[in-house]
Design a protein around this ligand. Structure first.
Ligand SMILES: NC(=[NH2+])NCCC[C@H](N)C(=O)O
Length: 305
């Protein structure tokens, strides 16, 4: 399959050619393939509030530790039967490991996104080139506004939430992606929130089709009501837990959850709600503003039929 559409004005992908096996129609369907970015050149870039704070506290990246933690994450994913497609590191791409942000797999294939920051927007070409070598090609690339994958939550078939802080993801970018879903009959909720929180996935992540981990003390009452009104139960995470990426989890199948180590209260709550939890130490990445959800870009999840 070739790149069939370069987004200019919110145009459509051609459904007749969008036959990619790379599909995600729900964040908590069984994960079969995931994209990650090698963290060899990880650096704490002061481009988000969390990283600025860790830098103020004297944090310096330990790349060897980051590589070890990343390898343990890949190993854990593989033990759960997930095929890992690792994008090779490239000098200067300090945030490449946060693969979530540069693309999103939709029910119609992979969509390349348009990150707001220059050092992150070059990651898109790197990702597209690397995936092309594996014959994995985006069906669309958004060039309108800015949009990052940490702001996209495919809640369940028919419902997507797009976070819009106005900085990483802006109105035009969120509308461009929303259009793709809306034209196919989906409800797309654009949720404005303060850029302090960087991406939606630092404060809201789906565990299964009707349960989310959510920083209820920072999410607006309006958004909480919107989610609850759609039958979604929110398991609360505190602001401080969220800041250390305790809300930023990866659901493997709606039952098993990969979560960051060091959040015993969150872990306990998940177990009490019936989830199986696998914890992994991602302290090097959390200090750079990203957690497990940010480190993983699902390429395929097996749809429930
Ligand atoms: N999906 C996410 N929350 N990604 C976190 C990315 C962190 C990275 N340092 C940045 O500021 O871009």
């Amino acid at each position: 399959m070739k790149l069939i559409f370069e987004e200019g004005a919110g145009g459509l992908i051609d459904d007749r050619v969008a036959t990619a096996p790379w599909r995600v129609e729900c964040e908590s369907d069984r994960l079969t393939d995931v994209v990650l970015g090698a963290p060899t050149f990880l650096e704490a870039v002061p481009c988000c509030s969390v990283t600025r704070e860790t830098l103020r506290e004297g944090f310096a990246t330990d790349c060897a530790a980051a590589v070890r933690q990343h390898a343990a994450l890949v190993d854990l994913l593989e033990r759960h039967g997930v095929a890992c497609h690792v994008i090779p590191a490239a000098e200067g791409l300090a945030d490449l490991c946060f693969a979530r942000d540069v693309a999103v797999t939709t029910p119609w294939g992979v969509v390349a996104l348009n990150p707001a920051l220059a050092h992150r927007s070059v990651e898109v070409d790197h990702l597209v080139a690397t995936l092309a070598a594996q014959d994995i090609r985006p069906v669309m690339r958004i060039r309108e506004g800015t949009i990052e994958g940490g702001d996209v939550c495919i809640v369940r078939p028919g419902l997507v939430v797009i976070g819009c802080s106005g900085e990483r993801t802006d109105r035009a970018g969120s509308e461009a992606l929303a259009r793709l879903f809306r034209r196919r009959g989906w409800e797309a909720i654009i949720h404005p929130f303060d850029p302090h929180f960087l991406h939606l996935d630092t404060i809201f992540c789906m565990l299964d089709r009707q349960t989310a981990l959510a920083c209820t003390d920072v999410l607006s009452d309006g958004f909480i009501a919107e989610m609850e009104g759609r039958g979604i139960t929110l398991l609360p995470v505190s602001y401080k837990e969220g800041r250390k990426l305790g809300c930023n989890i990866l659901s493997l199948d709606g039952r098993t959850i990969l979560a960051a180590a060091g959040h015993p209260r969150v872990e306990q709550q998940l177990v009490r709600a019936g989830f199986a939890v696998e914890v992994v130490d991602i302290s090097q990445f959390a200090a750079c503003g990203g957690g497990i959800h940010c480190l993983t870009m699902p390429l395929a999840r097996a749809a429930r039929r």
